[in-house]
Write a protein that binds this ligand. Sequence first.
Ligand code: FPP
Length: 262
Amino acid sequence: MVLSMHGCGEKHRKEHKEMDYRELIKELDLTKLPRHVGIIMDGNGRWAKQHHRPRLLGHRAGVKATRLAVELADEVNIQVLTMFAFSTENWSRPQSEIDGLMKLLREFMHKEVIELNRKNVHLSILGSPDKVNPKLWKEIYETAAITSRNTGLKFNIAFNYGSRQEIVEGIKALYKAASVDRSLIQNLSPEKFSDYLYTTGLPDPDLIIRTSGESRLSNFMMWQAAYAEIIISPVLWPDFSKFEFVKVLLEYQKRNRRFGGI
Ligand code: FPP
């Protein structure tokens, strides 16, 4: 009896929260949405600590928040969503946490790909294969490729991603191409250099969200973020709901973007 009442309360609370974010969506100007949103998902470890759970459970709770963010981006028709799941600096974490994060990514890809495909989402991995188990890399690439013909939301998982690494790899690729065609260097412009980055063909992010109150880019899309609005949410990533996402989008819409003009 007590259990079922508790269950009922939970359900009611969830429905209420759902209603809240749908109400808030009505305040959005759907013609002024960011085309590309990047998210630095931070705070899983602190969330786990607050709940007296191991860090990996924080990351697992973070996966649920990731799913909600993708759903919301799809619901409001954002074109591109890039989420920072594992950085080139995260290799310095304890091996057990690294293994756990790899396992979560693998599970996420396998579990979500069918639903993402059904929603016409185009899933991609942005990052370097360097240090990643080649079998895992192949597996996540092949899983993402299932969605390659989809025309809806472009959802990028930045995995083993670091901006500096991305720029260095871009320079190496350009150097190789320029050994055949010297004019590539003479005619190089910032726009053309962008074609050598993982994000080739995508618009630059208009909005970068970082959760957990930290205000750093941490090597995330440093080239692409030149004119991005940066919004820091105090919420720890596992608690970042659709409601919080819409709140951030409303804040973004209040910003006056000048791109260096007046
Ligand atoms: C930062 O929190 C978060 C990460 C390093 C990993 C983010 C990963 C997930 C949300 C789960 C996996 C995602 C996918 C797409 C499968 P932190 O550990 O630095 O938190 P802390 O600063 O509170 O310790």
